[in-house]
Ligand binder design. Structure first.
Ligand code: ADP
Ligand code: MG
Length: 234
């Protein structure tokens, strides 16, 4: 299907869980191919719900969600794995396979999509070098620092060369130095052509990086600024 509006296009999207107030309420959002976008907002404002809609982990209660021209409401269950190959994702808690080494964590993502073994042997070292982990192939993930673990997660998210990278609070468990390093990597990945969407609470980084900033509050987008900053409450 053609990608008319943007690589991501949400039109009047609502999402209600079975309990409580709507998590998303009338979301309109267009993100162009190649953009870098921060999504900020208080806890409970709907940021992770939005990410889950884009991943097709959840479906909208009403309204439409298009990713790469694909109407996610029309996506059949058997089509979801192929759809998700376009998306890389990282989370606050890394979600690595802790009984395997660094190389295996990244190679696993390639095996799932049936990449030939000779390509895996070429791709995994290349992506580990990109995230600054050349030489750590054999380390068990538990032996790594938080910053290193997030780099492994990033390598795994990128190894299949996705069009879009979604990061839900990727620096939430990292110290300031590692947070900056991960954000700089995300910026480089974006500059190499990937559309990058980052949910974060890191006010200092958001203010310094001068990217597009979408601010959410109680399920609504309350501001959307090019070269924006973190909007203070009160
Ligand atoms: P954020 O990521 O901005 O903290 P979330 O998208 O996680 O916000 O949550 C938005 C709202 O939806 C919150 O009120 C939260 O309690 C509610 N919510 C999130 N996930 C669920 C769920 N699985 N079941 C019921 N309510 C949920
Ligand atoms: Mg969240």
């Amino acid at each position: 299907m053609i990608e008319e509006k943007g690589i991501i296009y949400l039109n009047n999207v609502n999402k209600s869980y079975s309990t409580g107030v709507p998590a998303l309420n009338g979301i309109n959002l267009t993100i162009g191919r190649g953009e870098f976008v921060f999504i900020v907002g208080d806890s409970g404002s709907g940021k992770s719900t939005l990410i889950k809609l884009l991943l097709r982990e959840l479906t909208a209660t009403s309204g439409s969600v298009y990713v790469m021209g694909c109407d996610l409401a029309k996506l059949k269950h058997r089509q979801i794995p192929k759809f998700r190959r376009n998306l890389g994702v990282v989370f606050q808690d890394f979600r690595l396979l802790n009984d395997r080494n660094v190389y295996e964590n990244v190679a696993f993502a390639q095996r799932i999509v049936q990449t030939p073994a000779n390509e895996i042997r070429r791709n995994v070292p290349a992506i580990l070098a990109t995230v600054g982990l050349a030489g750590k192939y054999k380390a068990k993930t538990k032996q790594l620092s938080g910053g290193e673990q997030q780099r492994v997660a990033l390598a795994r998210a990128l190894v299949n060369n996705p069009s879009i990278l979604l990061a839900d609070e990727p620096t939430g468990n990292l110290d300031p130095k590692n947070s900056w390093e991960i954000m700089k990597l995300l910026e480089e990945i974006n500059e190499a052509g990937t559309t990058v969407i980052v949910v974060t609470h890191n006010r200092e980084i958001v203010n310094a990086m001068q990217k597009r900033v979408v601010t959410m509050k109680k399920g609504v987008i309350v501001s959307d600024e090019e070269k924006g900053g973190y909007i203070d409450e009160d």
